[in-house]
Design a protein around this ligand. Structure first.
Ligand code: F6R
Length: 283
């Protein structure tokens, strides 16, 4: 008989899944999303951008093409958008989402939502975005990455744990992390609209993907460190259903790796995910 730790806690638990590689971690996240979408075609899916997410979207596109994963009834809400970039700007997160996911799957563009970083009334736009999420019944599954300074969305250090969607000034760490994607560092916007930490904590399920050795230190602080607004991702420890998926490199500084591996190897929920490549032949 297996020990069902998650069940004892009635699902109120953060779980960490360690995968052998970046690609295996991204595949697991894509399969997790696919399972939720198949179980609920009307899924309200929260999306993230950034380098880490690109492989997740590649796998979702493949699952759509090869296994008919259906996005036609799904609605999406992105975490954030740069202030001042139009949706047509190639550096906007709307363009990123079009490029990596939206144009490759059968999602209705009218069901895809990002904050409008060019809205004349940015505060009003933030309130509109929150209201729209609420009108859609809230977010079922929120996909998250983590910044080098520990942000989720663009919730930079000292973001209130109850914060809502708002305009946030980006830190030098974030500017340094994302500036290489722009033609010149000066071209990168200094502010973004982001869902708040409180908004994220209200999502019914959170899935955080973190890969690479440069994130090992911040990941350990986020998962095993004390909850602090200095590292927004620590707020996920307060969430009742958060799954953190990492590769070996990002897991390097975690103290309880053996325990996390044991849970993944034994919990019934993860049975179908244990074979790293099942349903995927590799690329
Ligand atoms: C972007 C977002 C950010 C990124 C984080 C990691 O929508 O929400 O929190 O997930 O900055 O970015 P990468 O994956 O580029 O390291």
């Amino acid at each position: 008989m297996s020990l069902r730790v998650g069940s004892w806690l009635n699902g109120a638990v953060m779980e960490v899944i360690i995968q052998p590689s970046k690609e295996a971690a991204a595949l697991l996240v894509a399969r997790l999303i696919a399972r939720e979408l198949r179980a609920n075609p009307h899924l309200v899916l929260g999306l993230a951008t950034g380098n880490t997410m690109e492989s997740v979207y590649r796998h979702l596109v493949r699952l759509h093409q090869a296994e008919h994963l259906d996005f036609s009834l799904c609605r999406t809400f992105n975490l954030d958008e740069y202030v001042g970039l139009s949706s047509q700007d190639p550096h906007s997160y709307r363009s990123y989402m079009r490029r990596h996911l939206f144009v490759h799957v059968n999602i209705d563009p009218r069901n895809t939502h990002l904050p409008d970083g060019t809205a004349p009334d940015l505060e009003g736009e933030c309130r509109r975005y929150e209201a729209l999420i609420e009108r859609c019944g809230g977010i079922d599954l929120q996909l998250l990455g983590i910044g080098k300074g520990g942000h989720i969305g663009f919730n930079e250090p000292l973001s209130a744990l109850r914060s809502r969607t708002r305009v946030k000034a980006l830190t030098p760490t974030t500017l340094q992390q994302n500036a290489p994607l722009f033609a010149t560092p000066e071209a990168m916007p200094r502010r973004a609209i982001t869902m708040g930490v409180g908004t994220i904590l209200e999502c019914r399920r959170c899935v955080l993907l973190c890969t690479g050795d440069t994130k090992a230190g911040i990941l350990a602080r986020a998962v095993e460190g004390p909850i602090t607004s200095m590292v927004s991702a620590t707020a996920l420890q307060l969430h009742s259903r958060c799954t953190v998926v990492v590769d070996e490199e990002a897991a390097a500084e975690l103290l309880e790796k053996d325990y996390y591996r044991w849970i993944f190897a034994n919990e019934p929920e993860w049975q179908e995910f244990r074979s790293a490549t099942s349903g995927w032949n590799g690329e």
